[in-house]
Write a protein that binds this ligand. Structure first.
Ligand code: NAD
Length: 257
């Protein structure tokens, strides 16, 4: 029970296939009390049903994780109802579909900014507001989700690769800034998983096939396996780990040809 007594906020739950849901399962099994944010008022009943298996869990709407006022309002509610928390998982990303379907070179200014804004800047904003609003206990841990397309060209990942590179670099700068307050910041680079977001990537199934064929462990990862790595990073077990991007990909990223 390495998260016993810890309150963890998980941002970006959508459905039972979400990586956020796998992280929730692992964190809950390890003793955490869970709070969630999701997008879309209309999704409230669906999300409440989804998280009902986590005793005491609460969910808050957050329609725009890169918008100052939206995040501020959400964090105010969370703090008023729950007090300070011990960790945040940021599992949020978005790019326009056309930017994932055409060659990267055709990405326009709006699409480029949108992907970086929602997928990378939102983590900077969340981290800053959590600190400024005194939402975090000492020894808190912040975790975000990234993908190998930040480092190598993966057909169809396109501008999202640029956004993830910005996110991974942000993790390092945030880790330096927040280390003074005893707060750690890390990213989990998950192998490909068939979630709703992943369906936006062209030929996603062929990526899954290649991983099965070439990864040292010859399997695709599950959301619960990724969740276990996030749980480790949220816990005191990783108290000397900060500013890192930890791969949870069955080793696929070490393979050249
Ligand atoms: N699925 C994969 O193969 C994979 C691999 C590595 C990393 N990731 C990353 O994991 C994270 C979670 O994605 P997922 O695959 O579980 O998909 P998902 O669709 O289940 O989750 C994405 C979440 O982002 C939220 N979101 C999008 N725009 C938002 C905004 N402006 N404000 C607030 N929330 C917003 C959505 O509502 C959704 O809950 C993402 O950062 C994704 O890039 C996914």
């Amino acid at each position: 029970m390495i998260l016993e007594g810890k309150k963890i906020l998980i941002m970006g739950i959508r459905n039972k296939w979400s990586i956020a849901f796998g992280i929730a399962k692992s964190a809950y099994e390890n003793g955490a009390q869970l709070l969630f944010t999701y997008m879309g008022e209309d999704n409230k009943p669906k999300i409440e049903e989804l998280i009902s298996e986590f005793k005491g869990a609460k969910a808050y709407v957050c329609n725009g994780a890169s918008e100052d006022e939206v995040v501020r309002e959400t964090f105010e509610k969370i703090k008023a109802e729950n007090g300070k928390i011990d960790g945040i998982v940021h599992a949020i990303a978005h790019a326009n579909t056309e930017d994932l379907h055409q060659d990267f070179i055709y990405t326009g200014k709006e699409g480029y900014s949108h992907a970086v804004d929602v997928s990378a800047y939102s983590f900077v904003l969340v981290s800053r507001l959590a600190k400024e609003m005194d939402l975090l206990n000492e020894n808190s841990s912040l975790v975000t989700l990234t993908y190998h397309g930040s480092r190598q060209v993966i057909q169809g990942y396109n501008v999202m690769g640029v956004a993830k590179a910005a996110l991974e670099t942000s993790v390092r700068y945030l880790a330096e800034n927040l280390g003074k307050d005893g707060i750690r910041v890390n990213a989990v680079s998950a192998g490909p998983i068939k979630t709703l977001s992943a369906k936006g990537i062209k030929d996603f199934n062929s990526i899954l096939t290649v991983v099965e064929e070439k990864a040292p462990l010859h399997e695709n990862v599950t959301t619960t396996q990724v969740g276990n790595v996030a749980t480790f990073l949220l816990s005191e077990m990783s108290s000397c780990v900060t500013g890192q991007t930890i791969y949870a990909d069955n080793g696929f990223s070490i393979i050249g040809v």
